[in-house]
Design a protein around this ligand. Structure first.
Ligand code: AMP
Ligand code: ZN
Length: 468
């Protein structure tokens, strides 16, 4: 196997990847804040992380992948000021903060499924790991890294060396960045909250007692506590979107290395943004907030078209959202499914020359766009259809386009995984009934599908289902 190179934000260089344990990789990816739906910008980051995980697995590493679910305490301002996003979401929707967390966690998992993203080895809710976070803060307190203000326990960033080792920002710039939200009680502008007190006289929906008083954890401590707990001996790769470099990941490193005295993750990888027109980052609070449903499903596009579009842009390059791009991506994917469907079902041998080109691309800091060109070249290669099929399916371990089911996609039998699960099940049952020539059952299922708001049409290519 060729060496795997990854661009490490710590060194700002591509480095040969070497895990702590020879065959096992610990991967930590910052998870969603579940006060609203994920937007397709967030999903771009989860897709990049999925490609990374699949490339690691293709390189024969066993990957232990941990993701947190931020279900408490993430404030609207990055500098520990502002409202709690969860409680704000609860107010907006007339639900409890716990219900909001549950609702959007499930919605997130559904997005992950629709995009064919591999599930982590474990999702870990922040609210399930409060004692671990308290223990870590106590450790920092004992070592003298903390101080108390009227609103919480803070980490003193002046006590450590290399606070800017990930951001590479001159300390002057960091001070400037903090000007927007000033907290006069902080000793240094870069200090951050480890524990926030519940406001006096007000009961929060989510709060816990602690050695310092009733309150809730600061945002950054969760990722340190959860990754140390589940990946303690395998702190290999930590990922997130590029917006996390200067504050969230910088603070995770500061507090974790202060507490343990050891390096906290050897490789830090960051995905570039999905921007809306004009180069503005897509954000939950801005106008251009597009969910998977709004950007694709409601427009009749298969969510996997977004996966395809993502493959066309390298993860470290900004990507601009446009509906046209998504439509073209869907055409590209449809063509690919068609090409694969013509290869038949007999699998031959993987073509080693093509595979070498493919591995060279993906192992060069995940050059997926180049790997996509290698995939396209398979269909022109002078090899048998059976060998083409074997090669295509091998590459699909990384692309995740569900190419093994290409025939069904072009027949319209999985016409779109965008359909609600219930409709997919009814459609599958109807297909079965028709194959058994059980017309009565088939008609009944058509009525059920109609009652659920969808129409079904039998064409030469199979069942076509549309939302009414
Ligand atoms: P959040 O749910 O806001 O904590 O964000 C979840 C993930 O999405 C984080 O890794 C962010 O860095 C990432 N992210 C946020 N906005 C964008 C964007 N416009 N493009 C790509 N990634 C983003
Ligand atoms: Zn995190």
């Amino acid at each position: 196997m060729l060496d795997l190179y990854l661009y490490n934000t710590l060194s700002r260089k591509k480095e040969i990847f070497q895990p702590i344990n020879k065959n096992q990789v610990g991967l930590y990816t910052c998870g969603p804040t579940v006060y609203n739906f994920a937007h397709i910008g967030n999903l771009r980051t989860y897709l990049f992380e999925d490609f990374l995980k699949r490339v690691l697995e293709y390189n024969k590493y066993k990957v232990k992948h941990i993701m947190n679910i931020t279900d408490v305490g993430h404030l609207t301002g990055d500098m520990d000021m502002g409202e709690d996003k969860m409680e704000k979401g609860a107010q907006r929707e007339g639900k409890s903060a716990w219900q909001i967390a549950e609702l959007y966690t499930e919605a997130f998992k559904e997005d992950i499924r629709l995009l064919n993203i591999l599930e982590p080895s474990g999702y870990h809710k922040v609210t399930d790991n409060i004692p671990e976070q308290i223990a870590l803060i106590s450790k920092l307190e004992k070592k003298g890294y903390t101080y108390k203000t009227s609103d919480g326990i803070y980490f003193d960033t002046a006590k450590i060396k290399n606070y800017n080792k990930l951001s590479h920002l001159p300390l002057e710039t960091l001070k400037e960045g903090a000007r927007v939200e000033k907290n006069p009680e902080k000793k240094n502008p870069t200090d951050f909250a480890l524990w926030k007190f519940s406001p006096i006289g007000a009961k929060r929906q989510m709060e816990w007692s602690s050695p310092w008083g009733v309150g809730f954890p600061g945002w950054h401590i969760e990722c340190s506590a959860i990754s140390l707990k589940y990946l303690g001996k395998n702190l290999d790769i930590h990922c997130g979107g590029a917006d996390h470099i200067n504050i969230h990941h910088t603070n995770e490193i500061a507090q974790s290395e202060a507490a343990t005295g050891k390096t906290f993750f050897n490789y830090w990888l960051h995905g570039a943004f999905l921007n809306i027109v004009g180069g503005k980052k897509m954000a939950k609070s801005e106008d251009g907030f597009l969910t998977l449903k709004k950007a694709l499903i409601d427009k009749g596009l298969n969510p996997l078209a977004y996966r395809f579009a993502d493959c066309q842009v390298h993860y470290r390059k900004p990507m601009e959202y446009s509906e046209d791009n998504l439509r073209q991506a869907e055409q590209g994917l449809d063509k690919l499914w068609e090409q694969v469907a013509t290869l038949g079902s007999v699998k031959g041998k993987i073509d080693l020359d093509l595979q070498e080109k493919f591995v060279k691309a993906v192992n060069d800091d995940l050059n997926i766009p180049k790997a996509l060109a290698v995939l396209a070249s398979i269909f022109k290669a002078k090899i048998s259809s059976a060998d083409k099929l074997a090669t295509v399916l091998d590459f699909d371990k990384i692309f995740g386009f569900d190419l093994k089911n290409s025939v069904n996609y072009i027949k319209g039998e999985v016409s779109s995984s965008a359909l609600p699960v219930k409709i997919q099940e009814l459609a599958a049952a109807r297909l079965k009934a028709r194959l058994n020539k059980d017309w009565k059952e088939s008609d009944k299922l058509r009525d059920d599908i109609k009652a659920a708001g969808y129409s079904i049409e039998d064409t030469a290519a199979g069942q076509k289902i549309k939302k009414n």
